[in-house]
Design a binder for this molecule. Structure first.
Ligand SMILES: [Cu+2]
Length: 269
């Protein structure tokens, strides 16, 4: 009896905590409402299973509890119940498909940016962020880990003229224009990192040796905290930054004030 009351308290408390929790998702600041919808579907399915499974356990504890004077009751041994198995397999299959399918659809769109997306490179390094925009030519120059040095933290290839006009942001703060799709191209100078901006519902692992991408459209101006979401060493907690979303004019003014690769190296890339 005490156990079943404890279980009821846990189930009701869990559901109430979720409904009343102040730690529900932050207000959305990008176009990824579908990420939230996927999360809601997951919570509804797992929440329903959580309640149903506990209800069955509570019922069983009460219905078949030990009662004095009733003698020794033995459980019936049922080796196979094909009907029950078919039901369980069917319901579990539907539940798992419903959990996975929406995520696959949303993820497929998440990594497929619109053609006019502004391309921004993000370079993760223990333990800070850097960013690169294309210059007037609209092209990002080639980079390679072999060129990375104290003078060239982005690892730009000096021989590639496309990179000479690139805008280098040697700072944790990234500015983005409002209401324009942005594709982030992420790479790492050392270990695994993860670029995460919670209000955008946007994050992606950064894998050394490859470039990962995703896109979003900021829908609100403001300052949004970003963080590294992969434990990447002793200074992991220092890998924080800010994404500043501002109107197009303010963004262009900020961008124009940032150093170009050729200028940053005294005209001699
Ligand atoms: Cu990191």
């Amino acid at each position: 009896m005490a156990l079943s009351i404890a279980l009821i308290v846990i189930v009701v408390g869990s559901v109430l905590f979720h409904l009343l929790s102040p730690w529900w998702t932050q207000p959305l600041a990008s176009n990824w409402q579908r990420m939230d919808d996927t999360l809601t579907i997951t919570l509804l399915i797992t929440g329903a299973f959580f309640v149903v499974i506990h209800a069955v356990v509570i019922y069983a504890i009460l219905r078949w509890r030990h009662r004095a004077g009733r003698g020794q009751a033995r459980a019936a041994y049922t080796p196979d119940d094909h009907r029950l198995e078919r039901w369980l397999i069917g319901i579990t299959t539907v539940g798992i498909v419903a959990l996975l399918a929406p995520g696959l659809v949303v993820y497929a769109d998440y990594v497929r940016p619109p053609a006019d997306a502004l391309k921004v490179e993000v370079v993760g390094q223990q333990w800070r962020w850097r960013y690169r925009f294309a210059g007037e030519d609209g092209l990002l120059g080639r980079s390679d880990i072999r060129h990375v040095s104290a003078d060239n933290p982005f690892g730009l290839d000096p021989a590639d003229a496309r990179g000479h006009g690139d805008v280098l942001i040697d700072d944790n703060e990234l500015h983005l224009p409002l209401a324009r799709p942005v594709q982030l191209q992420l790479r790492s100078n050392d270990v695994l990192h993860d670029f995460f901006v919670p209000p955008f519902r946007a994050r992606m692992n950064i894998v050394p040796g490859s470039v990962t991408t995703f896109w979003f459209t900021p829908t609100q101006t403001g300052r949004f905290e970003l963080m590294c979401a992969q434990l990447c060493g002793i200074g992991h907690h220092l890998m924080r930054g800010v994404v500043v979303v501002e109107d197009e004019a303010a963004f262009q003014a900020w961008l124009a004030a940032q150093p170009r690769y050729a200028a940053a190296t005294g005209g001699k890339p």
